[in-house]
Write a protein that binds this ligand. Structure first.
Ligand code: NDP
Length: 247
């Protein structure tokens, strides 16, 4: 983990958008990026949660964040084009994009996944990443070195019974990252995945209701790899899927 250490000002002058920034890992990433000097754009569906993160960043003396209320389930390509336009006008460029928002759906046999649940998981975990990345590429290109980080999972690398739509969406996320990394190799934009590993959040508690959460790493403890991939320390890292909790 020590190789992921970054300096206090590692994200100075960087503009970073975080999806699902109101809770769990995304919230902690937003706070940590701001603590390391970044100007953060908080995107999520529950405005109250985003406002609480905003207030905490301002109270800690961080740069004033921006809030983008957006439900990824209903968002269309047009919403992402508008987002890109707003970022261009207000910030001039985008240095970092953390695709973090995600939903679990329900763990159940493959044969019993309802259409609506399949569509919802794919819409939030995969389609939003595709349309958002496509729309934001022009503003990412305006940064001297931009980092796009996707959030994977152990079940996005090896399939597991009953993890159906969620696992499949994470495999596709890994695939999208690889396609982009290859296509933009040698450019100013790099693309990588992080597998957070078991982390103490409400999503993990839903997936493993019988587990003692106190035995899990906290979002704070898995932050080094997030900071590393957003910082210029990782300029040469492209097309990798990194573990936030290496074994
Ligand atoms: P949480 O459920 O704690 O947080 C998920 C975040 O995504 C919330 O801020 C939530 O917003 C947001 N979100 C969900 N649906 C939408 C939507 N339709 N539109 C906008 N935002 C939405 O989960 P984690 O922090 O645990 O997960 C973060 C990422 O890490 C996910 O991609 C997850 O798959 C991945 N992951 C997590 C692991 C873990 O052990 N925790 C392990 C492996 C991967 P709101 O709060 O408003 O609902």
């Amino acid at each position: 983990m020590s190789s992921y250490q970054v300096t206090e000002n590692a994200l100075q002058n960087k503009v970073i958008l975080i999806t699902g920034a109101g809770d769990g890992i995304g919230k902690t990433a937003a706070l940590e990026f701001a603590r390391h000097g970044a100007e953060v754009i908080l995107l999520g569906r529950t405005v109250k949660k985003l406002e609480a993160v905003y207030d905490q960043i301002v109270a800690e003396g961080g740069k004033e964040p921006a809030i983008v209320p957006l439900d990824l389930e209903g968002a269309t390509p047009n919403h992402y084009q508008q987002l890109a336009q707003t970022i261009k006008e207000q910030f001039g460029q985008l240095d970092g994009l953390l695709h973090n928002a995600g939903v679990l759906g329900n763990l159940r046999p493959f044969s019993q996944i309802p259409e609506q649940e399949w569509q919802q998981v794919m819409q939030v975990n995969l389609n939003s990443e595709f349309f958002m990345t496509q729309a934001l590429l022009p503003v990412l290109k305006l940064a001297p070195a931009a980092s796009v980080v996707f959030t994977s999972s152990g079940v996005g690398r090896k399939g597991r019974a009953y993890w159906g739509a969620y696992a499949i969406s994470k495999f596709a996320t890994e695939g999208m990252m690889q396609v982009l990394a290859d296509e933009y190799s040698g450019s100013s934009i790099r693309f990588n995945c992080i597998n957070p590993g078991a982390t103490r959040t409400s999503m993990r508690a839903r997936a493993y209701p019988g587990e003692n959460p106190m035995q899990l790493k906290t979002p704070e403890e898995i932050m080094p790899v997030y900071l590393y991939l957003m910082s210029d320390n990782s300029l040469k890292v492209n097309g990798q899927s990194l573990d936030a909790q290496p074994k």
